[in-house]
Design a protein around this ligand. Structure first.
Ligand code: FE2
Ligand code: FE2
Length: 279
């Protein structure tokens, strides 16, 4: 089947790509909200929805908080659920993850073995170059980019200055206005990150998780966005609540299509809804 038949728009160089982004799966084997949140069931529904997409995405990226507590047991639940994807997938860690246990269970994902404490890597075999950053701080909810990680980013971006590039990172590099989440945001290295990426014109997007809802912000000369969760969402509250709340607004994902207009992002929801009806 040709690209045109699959509905892809050709770019000048003839390259197209369709990427699904999912985030914040929070697979748990135990926990205080275990009876309320069924992350494994939600993820199975998400995977079925992605597998049913036509055209089928070329790649799925999973932007962190894969597990709730980061135990091996949780990753052993997660792995077969993600392996049910009929699409290649890449993962990055979030603040709920354990780099050590993630590597141990996802041992066939060789890109996770970076030889450093951090899971930072590039994926080079698709039209869009993927540059994955690790914003996690062990045992903490907030994010950081230390000097080592920022240097790696600067060196990595300098290697290919023309190729369209996506940056993946769990904590978004901007304040969202959801105050209690901003207190758990990218608290160190954010300005340096922006300084590093700002000169580049080939960074199509910075794809993030952590916020369990869609939020978009210009950062440097590109756009950064956060993705819905596959299970629970964080309540949209721009006041100053004493506590953070989650709810069961429809879970979703982002579908990023790279084509004639660059990267176009669709917010998609997962679930059964009335319709479709003809106009
Ligand atoms: Fe999360
Ligand atoms: Fe998170």
């Amino acid at each position: 089947m040709s690209s045109e038949q699959r509905g892809h728009t050709m770019t000048q160089g003839g390259q197209t790509m369709l990427i699904a982004q999912i985030s914040d799966l929070h697979i748990q084997s135990e926990g205080k909200n275990k009876d309320l949140i069924k992350p494994d069931r939600h993820l199975a529904q998400c995977v079925a929805a992605l597998n049913a997409l036509n055209p089928r995405p070329d790649l799925v990226v999973v932007t962190g908080d894969l597990a709730e507590r980061g135990t091996k047991q949780e990753y052993l639940i997660l792995k077969p659920l993600l392996d049910a994807l009929h699409i290649p997938y890449l993962v990055i860690p979030g603040n709920h993850d354990s780099v050590e246990n993630l590597r141990a269970v996802f041992d066939d994902h060789s890109y996770l073995d970076t030889g450093t404490p951090f899971i930072q890597y590039t994926a080079e075999s698709w039209p869009l170059r993927i540059v994955a950053l690790d914003t996690t701080v062990p045992m903490h909810g907030h994010g950081e980019l230390c000097a080592d990680r920022l240097k790696w980013l600067a060196d990595t971006l300098a290697q290919q200055t023309d190729r369209p590039t996506l940056i993946l990172m769990h904590h978004p590099p901007f304040e969202t206005g959801i105050k209690l989440m901003d207190e758990l945001g990218l608290l160190k290295g954010r300005e340096a990150f922006v300084d590093i990426i700002a000169p580049y014109r080939n960074i199509e997007r910075v794809l993030c998780g952590h916020l369990h809802r869609t939020i978009v912000c210009r950062v440097g000369n590109t756009i950064a966005s956060t993705c819905p969760g596959t299970a629970h969402q964080i309540v949209l509250d721009l006041a100053d609540p004493a506590e953070l709340h989650f709810n069961f607004e429809p879970p979703g994902y982002h579908l990023h299509h790279y084509g004639a207009s660059g990267l176009v992002t669709h917010h998609a929801v997962i679930g059964d809804f009335p319709g479709p009806y003809p106009f």
